[in-house]
Design a protein around this ligand. Sequence first.
Ligand code: PMM
Length: 296
Amino acid sequence: MGILNVTPDSFSDGGRHVGARRAVRHGLRMAREGADLVDVGGESTRPGAEPIPVAEELSRVVPVVRELARAGVSVSVDTMHAEVAYAAVQAGACLVNDVSGGLADPAMGATVAELGVPYVVMHWRAPSREMDRHAIYRDVVGEVVSELLRRVDALGAAGVDPGRVILDPGLGFAKHAAHDWRLLAELRTVRAAGFPVLVGASRKRFIGAALSGRADGGTAPRARDAATAAVSALAAAAGAACVRVHDVRSSLHAVCMAAAWADGGRTLSPGVARRTPDEKCASWVSPEKAASASLR
Ligand code: PMM
């Protein structure tokens, strides 16, 4: 999954893809490089970020989703708002990626149920401006998994098909670096909950901290792509169905190596570019298709 943040203040590519034309060009490039999905988001979720009006988010996201979908790219929408999810799917998005797992907007569950698309439920405890205060755990893996499963139950009650749910441990969201590394080290436990798992580690501060030895992340986010690729390969080897990354090529190559390692080199090509948007989205949640998808 390639990240396309259409925001002026995103921590790693802030300002670069503002403006629909530039955003679409970058999305097309990520698709050419092998992204199964291009994840379009209009609201920054970096620690401390303030929310923006839904109308502003809609105006950033929808034209980009429409243009990319028209060009045949499989698009997901990164939003916490039911209205944005609905409009994006009408514009051609085939998956909803909600960092709040349905907690930020009570209408999200019923909307996703009506849309019938795959839904990424990320572990989330609080809005970005206050999430650091909620990074308190006794058993981070156990608590993240049980809080995610509680979300799946609540969403199921709202009509969401659990067979279309993808879980995400929410690295960096109400978590310190030690929590992020614990979740990665025990990714198989998250996977054992029985859902496809998405990992969003790309360029995050805990990666910079591990490289630099500085709690603030030290290195510039862009200097973290090789380290991100290493995490992508390890996540794939631990059973992640998808990695959400800024630099598609390096993580795709890393994930291909993990796949080749696992199957003795029989995986000579990821083959992702040859699948249709529908096939790509379906491969996320259907066990039979997932079995043949490139990351498994
Ligand atoms: N991280 C960010 C935004 N959206 N979505 C999912 N599913 N998982 C994540 O970890 C995640 C996300 C924040 O980082 P960004 O600025 O790189 O988009």
